[in-house]
Design a protein around this ligand. Structure first.
Ligand SMILES: Nc1ncnc2c1ncn2[C@@H]1O[C@H](COP(=O)(O)OP(=O)(O)OP(=O)(O)O)[C@@H](O)[C@H]1O
Ligand SMILES: [Mg+2]
Length: 355
């Protein structure tokens, strides 16, 4: 991870890199905020490796993956016999990071008790191991990351204001990929070359014009991680690597046999009936000709019609590889009518249920 390069040419991205380089030499805590997959972990590494602590430890902990008590002992350590099963003394991450950097990922999920202990380490540089009485002193630079809006969380009472004030000497807010579209092709080519090498191919033949347009237009809710996955997946699936890559596999879950698809239809009482040509595996997304058996009456007409509309909107999006203009054409709607429908059913970017 530490050796992975941070790529980008857009102004939004270059400003972040510049801010990171200026913050790196300071001992102050830094908060990194950004949607999933925007590169928070890479930025945390950069802060460490450009600091005078670069030759000391860089210790990471993901706060979301541990229960409250486990997180507490992982961070601060415990004394032997402090709880059942604690046979030996355990050194916490703060001790291990002494002299270096401690990266607390997914900070927003920490409990009030852990937040209180963090506040004390930041304020006085000291803490006790769980079950211990002796105060230990450490010299640790804290870098924290989250995809939550921490000030809003603090307003709702879910995060301590005083801790937030101390952690956020400065905040690096990473732009989502859709806000720096100039970086997409550069990153895509970088990931494509990496995958081509991994597969042992001679060269990467480039992207087709359509693929480039889709890369540029798609909204990338999973940001750079999603882009990396899409490129790598599409390359390994490509039948003839000597040709320019034309087909991007954006959603690996897309399948005629996807359980959710059937469930969505049946929860509304409408059962899709698939044609029985035996061709579905290849053509399901592009040519899904199912007829609809009518629900038994009485039924709520508006709900039933809405559910059919939603299914068709989603199908058109998948079939057009998420190009909204093409999807609109498939439904013989104007682009604006199509966007209006997406809005009506909350299927636009940022809505929970991705089309
Ligand atoms: N600017 C970039 N240049 C090259 N690779 C990048 C860049 N930004 C992100 N990546 C790659 O994208 C992937 C996701 O990055 P990273 O793990 O840092 O994101 P994150 O913001 O920590 O995500 P999450 O919130 O899901 O933990 C990694 O494989 C990383 O190497
Ligand atoms: Mg991360």
């Amino acid at each position: 991870m530490a050796t992975e390069s941070l790529l980008g040419v857009s102004n939004a991205f270059l400003e972040i890199v510049e801010q990171t380089s200026r913050l790196a030499p300071l001992r102050k805590p830094v908060l990194i905020i950004g949607e999933r997959g925007t590169g928070k972990e890479l930025i945390a590494h950069r802060l460490h490796y450009l600091s005078p602590r670069w030759d000391q430890s860089f210790v990471t902990i993901n706060c979301a993956t541990l229960s409250e008590s486990l997180l507490e002992t992982e961070l601060f350590g415990h004394e032997a016999g402090s709880f059942t099963g604690a046979a030996k003394r355990h050194q916490g991450r703060f001790e291990r990071a002494d002299g270096g950097t401690l990266f607390l990922d997914e900070l927003a999920t920490t409990s009030a008790r852990v937040q209180e202990k963090l506040l004390r380490v930041i304020e006085y540089g000291e803490f006790e191991r769980v079950g211990g009485a002796k105060a230990l002193c450490v010299d640790v630079r804290l870098v924290c990351a989250t995809n939550e809006d921490l000030p809003a969380l603090a307003e709702r009472g879910g995060f301590r204001h005083d801790l937030l004030d101390r952690l956020a000497f400065d905040v690096i807010t990473l732009p989502p990929l859709r806000e720096r579209r100039d970086d997409i092709l550069l990153l895509a080519e970088h990931f494509a070359h990496g995958m081509t090498r991994e597969l042992g191919y001679d060269l990467f033949a480039g992207f087709s014009r359509e693929a480039k347009a889709l890369l540029h237009d798609y909204d990338w809710p999973g940001n750079v991680r999603e882009l990396k996955n899409v490129i790598e997946r599409s390359i390994y699936r490509q039948a003839n690597p000597r040709l320019a890559l034309g087909e991007l596999v954006i959603n690996p879950f897309d399948s005629p046999w996807r359980p959710g698809a059937r469930r969505t239809a049946s929860t509304t009482g409408i059962e899709p009936v698939r044609g029985s040509t035996g061709q579905e595996a290849d053509t399901a997304d592009t040519n899904e000709a199912f007829s609809i058996s009518l629900p038994t009456l009485p039924c709520d007409l508006k709900t039933q019609v809405a559910s059919v509309e939603i299914d068709l909107l989603k199908q058109a999006m998948r079939q057009s590889q998420y190009n909204q203009r093409k999807a609109a054409q498939l439904l013989t709607l104007s682009y604006h009518q199509f966007r209006g429908m997406l809005r009506k059913y909350q299927l636009l970017d940022g809505d929970n249920d991705p089309v």
